[in-house]
Design a protein around this ligand. Sequence first.
Ligand SMILES: [Zn+2]
Length: 307
Amino acid sequence: MTNTSNVIAADIGGTNIRLARICDGLILEEVRHQADFSVLQNMSKLEAEQHILHTLEAAVQQLPLDNVQGVGIGFPGFFIGNSGVLAASPNIPQLSNFALAKKLSERLSMPVTAQNDALCAAIGEQTFGAGQGHANLLHITLGTGIGGGLILNNTPYTGESGMAMEFGHLKVEHGNESRLCGCGNRGCVEAYASATAISARYNELAGINTSPKDIYQRAVNGNQQAADILESASMYLGTAIAQAITLLDIRTVTISGGLIGAWDILYPNIMTALNANLIPPLQGKISVIPSTLQDNAGILGASKLLD
Ligand SMILES: [Zn+2]
């Protein structure tokens, strides 16, 4: 192992920016920033781009940059292939065709690559986590939203528009009564099984506004409404996984995100719905595994983008 394999990896979330200096999958040191991207909503495209570049540049420069070969960024948005060009970002709608990697590279005078955050998590899980040894992997990120990343034959798959594996927007309910999703459509799995949706659905049922972690604790303590919401969310997840597997014929699915803390409730219900919705030859053949990387899947995956 040489120092030249040091990279800076960044995991950009809606409220947090996390950067780490990483060597061969080991996080050597890291910095975290509060980054409220909601301030971007009132900015022009150019102002928003400059704000993001300035924030990232300042964050990178907080880490020692000796022997660093470049920067890999996981960002919530759609990237065109491996170009580092952000085609669009659902949470920052004014951004389009933003050459994030190239512009940050010019500022930092070092190589920069950028890719979708969920795809980075898939790369991290396949390289260092629960997906190791699997040439084909579907990875699902369960957070405030639900993302998906796909590795096919050891290659991250982006799709032609950078929008492959928008797993959170698979339909699990139909009709006008189904829940409205942040994407504008109805019935998406994200509207039923994301952390945000679980809290909202429990609030509608029980009149208590609380976190998924607390809802899980209530379920463990025998609260039937809390258990019902978590069971239903996991059944919807299993249904959506079955749709993806029906198209992909992949045997291994990994799941990351804070909600996997409720794995003992999630897992049996995911598997029941998954097997009920798979074509018979695939029933019982699919492994669904929780991430072994805690919240590091995305940042470790971003560290591999420069390889
Ligand atoms: Zn949707």
